[in-house]
Design a protein around this ligand. Structure first.
Ligand SMILES: [Zn+2]
Length: 204
């Protein structure tokens, strides 16, 4: 999905949230929530899976420094019946990935609660609000940075696979016509693969 701040469908909920949790609503025509999207900024202390604490988290009592290995997890909460939610969210989804059951249960265990009414924020002063928006912007920057890194890794591994395929093509000793025939079709596959890669690169 595109980051919720970039899509007009997601309404940022400045009436709720905290320093570590931000929320957007996907609404229907009569302004009722269909799906709520929540991002939770987890430090080592409350990460989805147990991990060794970073130095800042180990020393949090004395240093009061932010976690250096946080995770930002997005949750989509169904407010309306499932079929309505699915229809509303489907156009916003670009790719879906399957995850294992361990990840699913960790995800469900950390699921935040849905907010059914507009809440009056207790921390309503300007300073708090400003600080919250700064943290929200930091999460966004981090998500973008991680996505760029993941894209670069994927491109690198694709390039390596191409190189391996190319090297193995080079190392085959071509003597008989059947090998030549096979090589011919492999070469076509390779150029198709390369074209597909370029196409993907263009789309991005
Ligand atoms: Zn940490």
């Amino acid at each position: 999905m595109t980051y919720p701040d970039e899509r007009p469908e997601w309404v940022y909920r400045d009436d709720c949230g905290s320093y570590s949790q931000f929320r957007w609503s996907l609404r229907c025509k009569n302004d009722r929530d269909i799906v709520q999207l929540v991002v939770k900024h987890n430090t080592c202390l409350n990460s989805l899976f147990m991990q060794p604490y970073c130095t800042n988290c180990q020393m949090r009592e004395t240093w009061h420094q932010p976690c250096t290995t946080p995770e930002d997890v997005f949750f989509a909460l169904a407010i309306q019946p499932t079929d309505i939610c699915n229809d509303a969210i489907q156009p916003l989804v670009q790719h879906s990935y399957s995850v294992n059951s361990v990840t699913i249960s960790a995800y469900l265990a950390h699921m935040p609660r849905a907010k059914y009414s507009v809440t009056k924020s207790l921390k309503n002063n300007d300073r708090t609000r400003k600080k919250m928006l700064e943290l929200k912007a930091k999460i966004k920057a981090r998500v973008y940075e991680l996505n760029l890194k993941a894209d670069a890794e994927a491109a690198k591994s694709m390039h390596q696979q191409e190189q391996i395929a190319y090297d193995s093509l080079q190392s085959i000793n071509v003597t008989d016509p059947i090998t030549l025939l096979t090589l011919g079709s492999m070469a076509t596959d390779m150029s198709e693969l390369l074209n597909t890669c370029e196409l993907i690169a263009e789309l991005k």
